[in-house]
Structure formats: C-alpha cells, structure tokens
Design a protein around this ligand. Structure first.
Ligand SMILES: Nc1nc2c(ncn2[C@@H]2O[C@H](COP(=O)(O)OP(=O)(O)OP(=O)(O)O)[C@@H](O)[C@H]2O)c(=O)[nH]1
Length: 356
C-alpha cells in the first residue's frame, strides 16, 4: 500500500465543551459527501449519545455506570478505568482497522470531554502509540474560539496544546472552532505578530499578564509551523481548509515524525529490551477484559470480577517502563531543542528571545 493509499488516524482532542463531538459529526458528514466515508470510533464512555454513526463505540464494550458501581469510582476515575479496560482490547480494534483499510481514508477518534483523562493516562498513551505505530496518525486540537478572546485564556489554551504536542509527538492541527460566533483571525494574528498580542495584553496589568507575555515569546517556535484552521462545526464553514491541513499533517507524519519515531523506537529497544513486549501492536497487553470482538455487537460489561483496576494500579509492569522511556526521550528532546537554540543564538550573536 502506497503512502497516499494508507488510511490516516485523526485523534480529536480538546477542552470540555470545545466542540469535539460536533466537529467529528461535521467532519464525518463532510467526508461522506466528498469521498470514502470515515471510520469513526467513539472513545468517550460517559457521553449519553453520539450524533454520528460510530463504527466502534467504547460504550458497547464497557458500561461506564457499571464501572462506577463495581469499582466505587467517581466520574473521572470511571472514565479512566473504562479507557484502561478498552485499551486492553485495542489490538482487536487495530485488526478491524487493518481489515477495513482501503475502504476508508480517515479513522476518526472522538475522545472524552476531560482532556487530561486521555492525554495523561496510561491507556491514552497506549492507544495513541498503538495507532501511530500502525498508521499515519495526527492530532486535531479543538479550540473554543469564543472562550479564547481573552489573551490570558488564549495563552492557557495554547500552552495546553503545546504540552499535548510534546507529549504525543505527532503532527498537530489546531481547529479554531465556533467561528460562526467569533472570527478566529484575532487568534491567528496573535500567533503571527507578538506586538498585536502585547497590545491585547495592555488592558491586563496583573502578574499573569507579564508571565503571559514571556510565554508568548517562548511559544514562538510552536506557533511558527503550526497548522491552523478556523471552523464552525455548526455551519460547516472552514472544513475544506481543515481537510487541507489534515493532508499537510499527514505529509508531516511521513516526512518528519515517522522517521523520528522509528529512530526513537530503535533507541528505546536497544536500551530496554523488556519493553519490546508493549511497544509492538499490543498483542501482549495484559487481558483484563473478556474475549470478544470489538464492535457494535458488544453490549456486555466486560470486567474481571474482584480485580483492582484503579488508574494507579493498572498495567503494573508496563507504564513504569514507558514513563521512564518517555522521560528519557523527552529529556533528549528538550536538550536537542536547547542545543539548537544555543547554536542559533551564537550564530546570530543575539538573545534568542528578543523580538522587539
Ligand atoms: N456556535 C457554535 N456552537 C458549537 C460549535 N461546535 C459546537 N458547539 C456547541 O458547543 C457545545 C459543546 O459541543 P460538543 O460537541 O458537545 O463539545 P465536546 O467537546 O464534544 O464536549 P464534551 O465531550 O462534553 O467535552 C454544544 O452546545 C454545541 O452545540 C460551533 O462551531 N459553533
């Protein structure tokens, strides 16, 4: 299968209420009308209903309410546990996806409302890694444009986006959503032109505004090549541009990220031979869910009775190794960026952050 024929996984992330589900719905209908239909996976176990036709729905595999009851968990703990349980069967979903490739260009993944549940959990990592090591994978970060008109809130959103980029190490598209209410050009301007952002900050005199100013300079590199599209998931405006940005992100995956990931994987394999078991396609993940096919037909709650699946206790052997590995590669990444900055600075013979 050539690069162009390969399907692309799109993981939709964003703060609660930013419009992830509405965006997946709009993107799904757009793709249905313009080419091969997407393969849609709902990874939010707590949502009441999804407006799009989901090919795979986590709610068919794990029953969120039942998980809360059986494990005595609150809402967030239960979402994490549902994802943990689902991730142990993720190899089955990958097999389904492999079987279906050729029929779909995009595999869309709608994620839970509480963003950190996916981005900072072991199962979120396992799912992301499993996808990225099997298919080209990109992240769409949905930003609520209406709630980002305040420069400090905008900066918080961008810092979060940046942290996800570093954590996932995947090509990244920011979908500035709800442009039917507020045009996103102010945000694009803030990213491109530090002075306009400073002007917007002028009305803020707090300590936070000084910090925000410094942060803006620190994010210069992040903004530089960032793929951005303004969209309205309600009206459908901007989705052609979003699709173009997805194509660019896919290209980035092949040209940059895939190569880096392969190098990183081989470095990690060389230094931690025991990790081979979990960095493959997930065949050797511990089984805590009963055997069954993943898909609409799954309607039971698949839990191993009496076992402790709390978010701290799960996957005892694997996350420790993975975390160490991530820390190591993140440290490498930070060192590399710092060295590059130093080199640049020496070359220019001026401070790297000066922009006045
Ligand atoms: N005006 C406007 N409203 C939108 C847009 N996209 C989403 N919304 C509204 O924003 C609210 C949240 O949308 P959802 O799609 O449920 O957001 P979400 O991020 O999936 O929400 P959680 O998963 O619960 O965090 C809903 O009331 C949507 O109707 C948009 O482009 N324009």
């Amino acid at each position: 299968m050539t690069e162009a024929e390969q399907p692309v996984c799109v993981i939709i992330l964003g703060m609660a209420g930013s419009g992830k589900t509405t965006l997946v719905n709009r993107l799904t209908s757009k793709l249905y009308s313009s080419g091969p239909p997407p393969y849609v996976v709902n990874l939010d176990p707590a949502c009441l209903e999804v407006p799009y036709p989901a090919n795979v729905d986590i709610r068919d595999t794990v029953n969120y309410k039942e998980v809360m009851k059986q494990y005595g968990l609150g809402p967030n703990g239960a979402i994490v546990t549902c994802l943990n349980l689902f991730s142990t069967k993720f190899d089955q979903l990958l097999s389904l996806m492999k079987k279906n490739q050729g029929r779909h260009k995009y595999y869309l993944f709608d994620t839970p409302g509480q963003i950190e549940v996916f981005t900072w959990s072991a199962s979120g990592n396992i799912i992301t890694e499993a996808l990225a090591s099997t298919f080209p994978t990109v992240v769409v970060y949905v930003m609520d444009t209406v709630r980002s008109v305040n420069p400090v809130t905008f900066m918080s959103n961008m810092l979060y986006a940046c942290s996800i980029l570093y954590k996932s190490k995947l090509p990244f598209v920011v979908a500035m959503n709800k442009i039917d209410v507020v045009d996103h050009n102010f945000a694009v301007e803030w990213m491109r032109d530090f002075e306009s952002f400073e002007e917007a900050l002028d009305s803020e005199t707090s300590y936070v505004s000084n910090l925000t100013r410094s942060m803006c300079l620190a994010l210069e590199d992040f903004y530089k090549d960032l793929l951005v599209a303004g969209v309205s998931s309600t009206t459908g405006d901007g989705f052609d541009e979003l699709l173009q940005k997805l194509v660019a992100a896919e290209k980035e995956f092949h040209d940059v990220y895939q190569i880096e990931r392969k190098e990183e994987e081989s470095r990690a394999k060389a230094s931690t031979p025991s990790m081979k078991k979990v960095t493959g396609e997930g065949e050797e993940m511990p089984l805590v869910v009963q055997d069954s096919a993943v898909g609409r037909e799954m309607s039971e709650v698949f839990l191993r009775q009496g076992s402790d699946e709390s978010s701290e206790g799960e996957d005892e052997e694997t996350p420790v190794g993975r975390d160490e590995m991530e820390e190591e590669s993140f440290a490498d990444f930070v060192n590399r960026v710092r060295d590059e900055k130093l080199e640049k600075k020496n070359a220019k013979n001026e401070p790297s952050c000066s922009k006045s």
